[in-house]
Design a protein around this ligand. Structure first.
Ligand SMILES: *[C@@H]1O[C@H](CO)[C@@H](O)[C@H](O)[C@H]1NC(C)=O
Ligand SMILES: *[C@@H]1O[C@H](CO)[C@@H](O)[C@H](O)[C@H]1NC(C)=O
Ligand SMILES: *[C@@H]1O[C@H](CO)[C@@H](O)[C@H](O)[C@H]1NC(C)=O
Ligand SMILES: *[C@@H]1O[C@H](CO)[C@@H](O)[C@H](O)[C@H]1NC(C)=O
Ligand SMILES: *[C@@H]1O[C@H](CO)[C@@H](O)[C@H](O)[C@H]1NC(C)=O
Ligand SMILES: *[C@@H]1O[C@H](CO)[C@@H](O)[C@H](O)[C@H]1NC(C)=O
Ligand SMILES: *[C@@H]1O[C@H](CO)[C@@H](O)[C@H](O)[C@H]1NC(C)=O
Ligand SMILES: *[C@@H]1O[C@H](CO)[C@@H](O)[C@H](O)[C@H]1NC(C)=O
Ligand SMILES: *[C@@H]1O[C@H](CO)[C@@H](O)[C@H](O)[C@H]1NC(C)=O
Length: 451
């Protein structure tokens, strides 16, 4: 009897929780609907594009009345691209998988980004993002670690075979949006970049898993682009390109658009990316990148750690970068700066548009099985300056290079760096700075909602 009563009580509590009301913490939505209520079928075959569009349109009407959550239950939900709306949560249950259609006919074309002037792979417009949204406020993508699967193989094959006339879509791109939370979801097999917050502010990305084959083309993990106040915490990324790449537009288009990426925090990231960086700054950085704070990250079998990529024609700046407490295992180059990164949108890049790279601080870095400690290349007549390194240990791989540092057009100071750095970094320095005060980004605590 007692057991039955207890079970009943549990059921009542669960019901109340599922209704979203009782026990709901701030940030939880008043209106909760399942995607099945809009006719979606989770069999992995039925195309649910219209159901997702109906759901978002309907729930968008609840924005002013406590907001809405669209719940995706366990199942395989095939759909073409869809957009999100404001005061909205996309909530994926455990075992829920949203599958991107592999039929290119389902992917409309959209305008290129103004700060890029064209698609990144090809000139002109670009394929839609899989999940998109513009000019939104207060959007959450969350759940019990359900999956958003870009099914990118068809795109990678066509990209390699040069069969695409337009740039591939990103898995998730939000434009001109604010107050975003992406938490406890998994993204796999993106056609190209995974998460692309662009012209956004106040973005929290936490507890996210991103997986793509390590040789898939341009499957960057998280690319904050002309965005500010972005916090990336406790994420696990395996990818075929940079785990994280902070960007801000491309050559003359980015210079004109003039919107920096700034106040970015990346902490407790685990990255595996054998052909790319744990965190890249650039190469598209023409609107500027400043105040980037990186700490307590782990990289395994990754080409380089926090890499700066720029070149003549980019313009813009990269300054006030602070890195500490990295644990690195099997790296080709622990430190890598590049001053001749190619790739221009067209022939109109300004050869006089030189980037300013200065104030780059690394400390408390331990690396093992390293092929070469530093490949540091600035730009002739435009050196990268203000580089600081302190308390750095790079233990060499059995087949390490004889030359451990190759420095050109860079200036800075070093202390407690092993192996002995190049003379360009030779001056005795103090411990490199890391800002004392924390940046305030996102809600003080993540909302815990059960739908
Ligand atoms: C999503 O919104 C963009 C505008 O931001 C629009 O161009 C695109 O057609 C929309 N996509 C869908 C699938 O509705
Ligand atoms: C979104 O906001 C930007 C910048 O304010 C504006 O240029 C654009 O027209 C807006 N887009 C939509 C779809 O409202
Ligand atoms: C989430 O799912 C991914 C992919 O299945 C898995 O690798 C990861 O460990 C899961 N994370 C949690 C917290 O369960
Ligand atoms: C940032 O967004 C969160 C919700 O994600 C909100 O609670 C917080 O007030 C926002 N902060 C600012 C400064 O806009
Ligand atoms: C740039 O110029 C080269 C040769 O001058 C030409 O082959 C190429 O098509 C041009 N590229 C673009 C994007 O206009
Ligand atoms: C030097 O860095 C290591 C991590 O690589 C850290 O454990 C140690 O405390 C640091 N030493 C000082 C003096 O900060
Ligand atoms: C060390 O790095 C080499 C590549 O330089 C790799 O083949 C090897 O497996 C790594 N060893 C360990 C113990 O990770
Ligand atoms: C050092 O770097 C410069 C500039 O990238 C390059 O030209 C040169 O070949 C490198 N030297 C060695 C020995 O790798
Ligand atoms: C994600 O999971 C963590 C750990 O279980 C939890 O603290 C956090 O609130 C969850 N995020 C959301 C948005 O529910």
């Amino acid at each position: 009897m007692a057991a039955r009563r207890a079970a009943l009580q549990v059921a009542v509590v669960l019901l109340a929780l599922c209704a979203g009301g009782i026990g709901a913490s701030p940030g939880c939505r008043k209106h909760v609907r399942r995607v099945t209520e809009y006719g979606a079928v989770g069999d992995g075959r039925t195309l649910n594009t219209a159901a997702f569009a109906r759901a978002v349109a309907d729930l968008g009407r609840r924005a002013g009345d406590g907001g809405a959550a669209l719940v995706v239950p366990e199942g395989r939900w095939l759909t073409g691209p869809f957009n999100l709306t404001s005061h909205f949560t996309l909530f994926l249950h455990r075992g829920a998988e949203i599958l991107a259609s592999q039929d290119l006919e389902d992917w409309p074309l959209i305008a290129p980004l103004p700060s890029y002037g064209r698609g990144r792979d090809e000139p002109g417009p670009r394929y839609s993002n899989f999940i998109g949204g513009s000019n939104l406020t207060d959007v959450t993508i969350s759940g019990y670690n359900g999956t958003i699967n870009g099914q990118g193989q068809v795109w990678w094959d066509k990209f390699h075979a040069k069969q695409l006339d337009y740039t591939r879509g990103y898995l998730l791109e939000l434009l001109y949006s604010r107050d975003i939370i992406i938490s406890n979801v998994t993204f796999v097999d993106a056609p190209s970049w995974n998460l692309h917050p662009t012209y956004c502010t106040n973005v929290t990305i936490s507890g996210v898993t991103i997986l793509a084959p390590v040789h898939s083309p341009n499957t960057d993990g998280i690319d904050p682009d002309s965005s500010s106040h972005v916090k990336i915490e406790d994420c696990y990324i395996v990818s075929g390109d940079d785990c994280i790449a902070v960007k801000s537009g491309w050559d003359e288009y980015g210079i004109k658009f003039n919107m920096p990426s700034q106040h970015i925090v990346v902490r407790r990231l685990t990255c595996i990316s054998p052909t790319s960086a744990m965190i890249a700054l650039g190469s598209e950085m023409s609107g500027g990148i400043q105040d980037v704070r990186v700490e307590d990250n782990t990289a395994i079998d990754t080409e380089s750690a926090v890499r700066i990529k720029s070149g003549v024609g980019r313009g813009g700046f990269v300054r006030d970068v602070f890195v500490r407490r990295l644990s690195l295992h099997t790296m080709k180059w622990v430190f890598w700066m590049t001053g001749n990164y190619g790739q221009h949108p067209d022939n109109s890049s300004d050869p006089k548009a030189l980037p300013e790279v200065t104030g780059i601080n690394y400390r408390d870095v331990f690396a093992e099985n390293v092929t070469m400690a530093g490949r540091m290349e600035g730009i002739p007549n435009d050196p990268y300056t203000g580089i600081c390194m302190s308390n750095i240990t790079a233990q060499l791989a059995p087949k390490a290079k004889k030359l451990q540092w190759n420095c050109t057009d860079v200036q800075g100071v070093a202390s407690g760096v092993s192996p002995e750095p190049c003379p360009e970094l030779g001056a005795e320095g103090k411990p490199c700075t890391f800002p004392e005060e924390e940046l305030v980004i996102g809600p003080p605590e993540l909302p815990k909602c059960t739908y």
